[in-house]
Design a protein around this ligand. Structure first.
Ligand code: SAM
Length: 245
């Protein structure tokens, strides 16, 4: 069941999301679009962090996103992409008109049944659906601890991504890839990143300050981050490749 308040939290941010959130490794796009296609659609495109990886892989790139604040940033960054206001449940694109649909860090916000029906409608027969999620490295104790502060209800932090491997109506899972990479991040940017996460956005000021203080305590206590202004953050990107049945 999708939490509507959390799903709509992205209406409140744009530039900060683009500045502080991690991007995706180019390899993720290579898995989804190994050979150049005519049209690729990025659904729940946000500020275009994954969309930009599609621009070298498709003649025409369409970005669909419900948040106007996010779309404004995307339009500035990627003026050649066709940026459309819309949702996964109502994709403003013609039937059988795209070769590939990608969904980065957003599929868990969709109504699964109606989104799958819409994605099937716009995809050409045999077309590809690629679902992508960045998540924390299980071996990085301090980042895992910070994730638990942001998502206390999620006992298993991989629950959202693992659920993607389930069968999707009208699709066949053909491959799953796990890509490991690292980024250097300053303590300040790491803390600012959490303020772009839905649970922080919707929290009241007092709760948000308490959550931030809890993340700061984690950074102050872990030997990998204690006393450091910058640290190495390991990231894992999961790619799920589906074929339209
Ligand atoms: C975590 S952001 C990911 C944005 C972008 N794909 C990225 O990876 O940076 C989730 C995005 O999903 C969008 N979203 C939420 N509900 C949606 C829906 N029903 N259909 C399409 N997009 C939705 C949000 O507005 C937000 O931009």
């Amino acid at each position: 069941m999708v939490d509507e308040v959390l799903a709509k939290s992205f209406e409140r941010i744009g530039a900060d999301y683009d500045r502080y959130r991690p991007g995706f490794p180019a390899e993720a796009a290579e898995h989804i679009v190994p050979v150049r296609v005519r049209t690729a659609l990025d659904l729940g495109a946000g500020t275009g962090k994954f969309t930009e990886l599609l621009t070298a892989r498709a003649d025409r790139v369409i970005a669909v996103e419900p948040s106007v604040a996010m779309l404004d940033v995307l339009r500035t960054k990627l003026p050649d992409a066709v940026a459309l206001e819309g949702s996964a449940e109502r994709i403003p694109v013609e039937d059988s008109s795209v070769d590939v649909v990608s969904v980065a860090q957003a599929f868990h916000w969709f109504d699964r049944e109606s989104a799958c029906a819409e994605i099937s409608r716009v995809l050409l027969p045999g077309g590809t659906l690629g679902l992508i999620w960045n998540h924390s490295d299980p071996d990085c104790a301090w980042d895992r601890a910070a994730h638990r502060i942001a998502h206390p209800a999620v006992a298993d932090l991989d629950a959202t991504t693992d659920s993607a491997a389930e069968e999707l109506p009208g699709f066949q899972l053909v491959r799953r890839e796990e890509l490991c990479w690292r980024e250097s991040i300053t303590r300040t940017d790491y803390l600012s990143r959490w303020w772009t996460v839905s649970s922080f956005i919707v929290a009241d000021d007092r709760t948000r300050s308490e959550m931030t203080a809890a993340v700061e305590r984690v950074l102050d206590e872990d030997p990998a981050t204690r006393g450091r202004a910058e640290f190495e953050l390991p990231q894992v990107t999961d790619v799920f490749l589906y074929r339209r049945a």
